[in-house]
Ligand binder design. Structure first.
Ligand SMILES: [Fe+2]
Length: 222
């Protein structure tokens, strides 16, 4: 009889396999976590230099519709120490409130000049900066009429840890009724970008969003 493929040899056992076997039954990750809108983080990341500017798909291309904004901040741990070389992945809906994602079934208008995802790395002092188009609010749950206020998603990765949060905008009508805001309570303030006068003529609004990982003043992470 012809043999196809390789045959596995079974050697003497080291009698430790039982120690490496989980004692409790495995649990499936909840479907909402498995099916969320989260980009995949590659094991090694290479940032293209233009990724900090999400207002256009590539250098020299036209800008997306809407208001170009700048977001800057510092990433720190609970002791106030800046965290350098952390990967920050950013994604936000376009000016019309639409994500360029297969699961966005809103039917809202796509913008051929806006991709909606970018990546930056914190510098030696934990600082980051990016440009994007101010996102539109969107009707997240048409069945119950629930709107999501304007927000930008941010994922922070360092080492093997990854945390995901959202920056909100001040004085938005749907902020107070947002489920995540309700969950955060008083800490919601920490997740709202603080406006500043940007000196850069290429953007119309500036928002400062400092991120704290861990401790009493931690930024709310999902
Ligand atoms: Fe969102």
């Amino acid at each position: 009889m012809t043999q196809f493929g390789r045959q596995l040899g079974i050697g003497p056992t080291d009698n430790t396999s039982d120690q490496r076997t989980p004692r409790k039954p495995l649990r499936l990750i909840p479907s909402v976590a498995r099916e969320s809108f989260v980009p995949v983080v590659p094991a090694r990341y290479v940032i293209r230099t233009h990724e900090w500017d999400m207002t256009r798909i590539a250098p020299g291309r036209p800008r997306g519709d809407g208001t170009p904004i700048e977001v800057t901040g510092t990433l720190r741990n609970e002791n106030g120490t800046p965290i350098r070389d952390a990967l920050i992945e950013i994604w936000n809906a376009n000016h019309h409130g639409r994500y360029r994602h297969v699961e966005d079934a809103s039917g809202l208008q796509l913008d051929e000049n806006f991709f909606g995802m970018g990546r930056v790395v914190t510098d030696e002092d934990g600082n980051y900066r990016f440009w994007t188009i101010s996102p539109g609010a969107y009707l997240a749950r048409p069945d119950i009429g629930r709107w999501r206020p304007k927000h930008i998603h941010l994922s922070i990765s360092g080492g093997s840890a990854r945390l995901i949060t959202q920056m909100y905008f001040p004085n938005e009508p749907n902020n107070a009724s947002d489920p995540m805001a309700i969950l955060m309570g008083d800490g919601f303030e920490n997740n709202i970008g603080k406006t500043y006068e940007t000196s850069d003529l290429d953007v119309d609004e500036g928002y400062r969003f400092d991120i704290v990982v861990g401790g009493r003043n931690a930024t709310f992470f999902e």
